[in-house]
Every structure is written in structure tokens, then in C-alpha cells.
Design a protein around this ligand. Structure first.
Ligand code: PLP
Length: 402
């Protein structure tokens, strides 16, 4: 029986993360396949009209339509929930669909959000431009200082929204302190954990309520598909998130879910090796450029907090040159091995200039408020040999006059 059926949650919950990453959520079909099956179907057939009616009424278990349920997608959702230590997870078509759903599903006109200043550009657009059109206001603070969260609270504050570490400044938020403030005031914390993934940081262990992901990043890990995920309590997912997503439809495709399932099998190995490489590259850059924003380096002011929350360095950090955009572009143009690309979490090393790419949609004053200066470059350190990456950076830096 075990070969053919789904898993017993009372057993899988006790598996260690490495086991969950490979096997968590697997539900085999009657063929007993070893690799997860890919169910490319938009609908499901019923044995009789009464079954269809019972399923729509929620009186019979089973699937009705792939905007709402799909066996491959459900395997991924269970696997991510198990890795996160969350009661439940729902996947989305992209990371931005996940962030949008996680916020919009729980706010109404008149509500207020407190958000960290450093964030992915589209997240800032969501809170600064979209939500105000529907009467939801936002106060932006320096999330490195927990007191600023407390000071920004109003009677109508509903959510604290932040990334840690943040894209691309690498600001670190004290999860325990900020989540405790939120709990005290009945505020929901929504944490974008895309940089760390559950392999390195599990915000719920520090008291976070909702954890959202761009699974496009480390979870896929090989630059193939877009995907997102939202984790929370069973009550939040069923009663708050699902009514929103079932009817608005930011559903993840079964194919993309299958690719991310494969990605998760190697997440821990990749992220630890990429972290080692990132530390080598970060240490090299520290001696060559004016500023390196990488909290894994002992010289970083938030190093102790970062190491308390994170199991390893992670593959992403940023650094700054004094010669502004011209010097940053010259450095990128001189690269021979590392690609100029704005993606992150890939097993290939990639570098981008945030102010002219990922954060170019924001006004300059907003970029500066976030700390995204013109001389900043973000790097995703991949699985290549660190010596080759350092050699490439060395020759490109020399070409850029450094
Ligand atoms: C921190 C962070 N959050 C969210 C997103 C959005 O993810 P996606 O591109 O999958 O929509 C990104 C993507 O670049 C990101 O870096």
C-alpha cells in the first residue's frame, strides 16, 4: 500500500529537512513512479453527477479544477510547508503573485501597513503605488531598527511587511524582536524569505505569521521557471488566502511545480556550496572595493544578528563602487565568466546593477532612501569554482580602474 498511496502526515512531520526536501509531500499514483508525476490537466472527471455536486459542495474529497487543485502542485505545497515548518502552504505563479496575494488577501480600505525600506522594487511598487489606490496606506521604516516598527504603529496597522536579508542592500531584520512587537499589538507579520529559503532561515521559528517566497530563486535554483509560495497557519491559508486566490487565479502551473519539486531535492546542497563560494568571493571583494554589503562577513555591523538567524551565508550580496553608474557598468561589461543578469538563486554566477535594472522602476529619491546607490552591484554567487569567479572579478575590476 505504502508504494501507491500518499504519506501519513504524522510520520512526515518528524522527518528531518534533508528527507523532506527529497520525499516530503510525495503522492504516488497507481503506477508507483519514483519521481513525482506531472499531472498536466486542467479539469477532472467524476464517476457520476452526484459526485461532481458533492465535490463542489465540499462533501467529497477530490479535485475539481486546476485553478483550485492539482496533484503535482499539491505535492510541492506540502513539501514547502514541511520544509518551512508551516501548517500549510499555497503556491503561486510567481514570487510577486505570492507577495501580492499575501498582502491583498488580508487588507481592506482604511488599513495600514508598516514596511521595511529595503525591498525588491516590485514589492515597493505594490505597497507604495498599488495599495494606496484602494485606500491602504503604508509607512516605510528602516527595518534594521525594531523600535521603528513599534513607533510606526497606528490603531489601523494590520501588517508588518519586510524582507530579511533584503534585496539588494542586505539589511537584516531582527525577526524575534519585530515579531514580538507585532504579536503584542495583534499585527500580522509577512516575511519575504526569498534570499534565505527554509534551508537557511525559518522565520516562523522566530514568531513570523506568514512567510512568502519567490520560488523562482533558490528553490528552482537553476534559472528555469517562475514560481511563488505563501506559508501560514491552516486557518490563514484556508480562510484568508484561499478565498482570494481561488477567485483571482494566480495559480502555479503543474509543469513549473514539478520543476521546483526537482529543485528542492538539491536545495540544501546547492545553497550550502553557493554560501561557501559567496564567502570566498565576498572576502576577496572586501579587499578590492570600497563597501561590501554582506552580513556573513565578520566586519559587517549586523553580522552577529545575521548568524543568529541564518544557518549559512547564502549566495547573494551587494557591493558598492565610488565611481557611480559608469564604473558599475564598466565592471559588468568587463566580465568574461559571470553573466550580467538580474536573476538570483541560480547555480550560475550572475551580477546586476540594481538601480538601472531591478530597482529602475522606482524614483531616484526612493532608491536612495532604500540605500540603492548608483555604484551598487548585486551578485549571485553560483556553483562554479570560486577561484575562477575571483579571477574573473579581478580582471574586470582592473578593467574598471580598480
Ligand atoms: C526578494 C524578492 N521578492 C520577490 C521577488 C519576486 O519574485 P518573482 O520574480 O518570482 O515574481 C523577487 C524577485 O526578483 C525578490 O528578489
Amino acid at each position: 500500500m505504502k508504494r501507491r498511496t500518499g504519506q501519513d502526515p504524522s510520520v512526515t512531520r518528524n522527518w528531518k529537512p534533508a528527507t523532506q526536501a527529497v520525499r516530503g509531500g510525495t503522492a504516488r499514483s497507481e503506477f508507483g513512479e519514483t519521481s513525482e508525476a506531472l499531472f498536466l490537466t486542467s479539469g477532472y472527471a467524476y464517476d457520476c453527477a452526484g459526485d461532481a455536486a458533492a465535490r463542489f459542495a465540499g462533501e467529497q474529497a477530490g479535485m475539481t479544477y486546476s485553478r483550485l487543485q492539482n496533484p503535482t502542485v499539491e505535492m510541492l505545497e506540502q513539501r514547502i510547508a514541511l520544509l518551512e515548518g508551516a501548517e500549510a502552504c499555497r503556491t503561486m505563479a510567481t514570487g510577486m503573485a505570492a507577495m501580492t496575494a499575501a498582502l491583498l488577501c488580508q487588507v481592506s480600505q482604511g488599513d495600514h501597513i508598516v514596511q521595511g525600506r529595503a525591498a525588491f522594487g516590485s514589492c515597493r511598487w505594490l505597497t507604495d503605488s498599488l495599495l494606496p489606490r484602494f485606500g491602504v496606506t503604508t509607512t516605510t521604516i528602516d527595518a534594521r531598527d525594531p523600535q521603528q516598527f513599534e513607533d510606526a504603529i497606528r490603531p489601523n496597522t494590520k501588517i508588518f511587511f519586510f524582507e530579511t536579508p533584503a534585496n539588494p542592500t542586505m539589511d537584516v531584520v531582527d525577526l524575534e524582536a519585530v515579531c514580538a512587537i507585532a504579536r503584542k499589538h495583534g499585527i500580522v507579520t509577512v516575511v519575504d524569505n526569498a534570499f534565505a529559503t527554509p534551508a537557511l532561515q525559518r522565520p516562523m521559528e522566530f514568531g513570523a505569521d506568514v512567510v512568502a517566497y519567490s520560488a523562482t530563486k533558490m528553490m528552482d535554483g537553476q534559472g528555469r521557471v517562475l514560481a511563488g509560495a505563501v506559508c501560514g497557519t491552516e486557518d490563514f491559508i484556508t480562510n484568508t488566502l484561499l478565498p482570494f486566490t481561488r477567485n483571482t487565479g494566480p495559480t502555479l502551473s503543474a509543469f513549473n511545480a514539478w520543476v521546483v519539486l526537482k529543485g528542492l531535492e538539491t536545495l540544501d546542497l546547492r545553497i550550502r556550496r553557493q554560501s561557501e563560494n559567496a564567502l570566498k568571493v565576498g572576502s576577496f571583494l572586501e579587499g578590492r572595493v570600497p563597501r561590501v554589503n554582506f552580513p556573513a562577513l565578520p566586519s559587517h555591523p549586523q553580522h552577529a544578528l545575521f548568524m543568529r538567524q541564518m544557518a549559512a551565508a547564502g549566495p547573494i550580496f551587494s557591493f558598492e563602487l565610488d565611481g557611480g553608474r559608469a564604473q558599475a557598468h564598466a565592471l559588468l561589461d568587463g566580465l568574461e565568466l559571470i553573466d550580467i543578469s538580474n536573476n538570483i538563486g541560480d547555480s550560475r554566477s550572475l551580477m546586476t546593477h540594481p538601480s538601472s535594472t531591478t530597482h529602475s522602476g522606482l524614483a531616484e529619491e526612493k532608491r536612495l532612501e532604500m540605500g540603492v546607490v548608483e555604484g551598487m552591484i548585486r551578485i549571485n554567487v553560483g556553483l562554479e569554482d570560486a577561484d575562477d569567479l575571483i579571477a574573473d572579478l579581478d580582471q574586470a575590476l582592473r578593467g574598471a580602474g580598480l
